[in-house]
Design a protein around this ligand. Structure first.
Ligand code: SAM
Length: 246
């Protein structure tokens, strides 16, 4: 039986692919790509001649059993997404689950990821952090999700598209107040990489003056006043103790 390799690809700068990733892409029998045309550019650049098949959110249900059969028959497959880590706000998880269920060896390679790369340069606390990926699109759901996240102490990390980032940050300001710290990590690893750091109010002002383009990771300071689960357990425990001593 073959192996399923999970291979991260650059999030902007082609030099960020690892030697191991390139060698793995050359060595496997097949590459399952989110977008074969996009990945072909990467393969051409690194002179990888391995054939590709498409594996994306719209065909993952039919493709998963087919790929599992191929691996069982002895082929090794590398799964890649358009950029960064497979499965992180990208296709992959269905295939990984099916491989695990089928007793297939799953080998992850380390590599580029937008959230972690942005987080380490944000200046906000990287520990603990909470990664959500994309927020809900509808305004009502967005507000509800942000309110729910306000119960957390962790630094919050989101992905967002350029045409929604302004609306999302304005909603964050409404829910979290003007003073909460926020960082926009734009075009990380690319030519126009930029970090916009400030309070909600300052970053909203920046957004209203800018022609917003590029890819963004949004990083928000956690709610330092939020109660953690441990706080609540402690509270209920001390309350019980108190009652029993009365
Ligand atoms: N799997 C990818 C990863 O590991 O980071 C994420 C894929 S997700 C579909 C794409 C989103 O990631 C973008 O909308 C943006 O929020 C973020 N992103 C990807 N590349 C980025 C970059 N170079 N700079 C800033 N954000 C980026």
């Amino acid at each position: 039986q073959g192996t399923l390799f999970l291979v991260p690809t650059p999030i902007g700068n082609l030099e960020d692919i690892t030697f191991r990733a390139v060698n793995m892409l050359k060595a496997v029998d097949l590459i399952a790509s989110e977008d074969t045309r996009n990945t072909q550019k990467l393969l051409n650049h690194f002179k990888v001649e391995t054939p590709q098949t498409s594996f994306h959110e719209h065909n993952s249900k039919e493709r998963t059993p087919q790929l599992i059969e191929k691996i069982k028959a002895g082929q090794s497959i590398a799964q890649v997404s358009d950029a960064g880590m497979p499965s992180i706000s990208d296709p992959g998880v269905d295939l990984v689950r099916a491989a695990v269920d089928a007793g297939i060896t799953v080998v992850p390679l380390p590599g580029p990821n937008a959230a972690l790369t942005a987080l380490i340069a944000s200046g906000l606390s990287p520990q603990p952090f909470y990664f959500l990926g994309f927020l809900p699109r509808k305004k009502k759901d967005l507000t509800a999700e942000l309110e729910e996240l306000n119960k957390r102490k962790e630094t919050l990390v989101f992905y967002e598209s350029p045409h929604r980032v302004k609306q999302v940050v304005e909603t964050m300001q409404a829910v979290y107040g003007s003073e909460r710290k926020i960082v926009l990590a734009r075009e990380v690893t690319k030519r126009f990489e930029e970090f916009i750091r400030g309070t909600m109010e300052e970053v909203c002002e920046w957004l209203s003056n800018e022609n917003i383009r590029g890819e963004f990771v949004i990083i928000v300071e956690g709610n330092e006043h939020a109660e953690t689960l441990e706080d609540k357990v402690w509270e209920s425990w001390t309350l019980k103790e108190h009652v029993s001593f009365v």
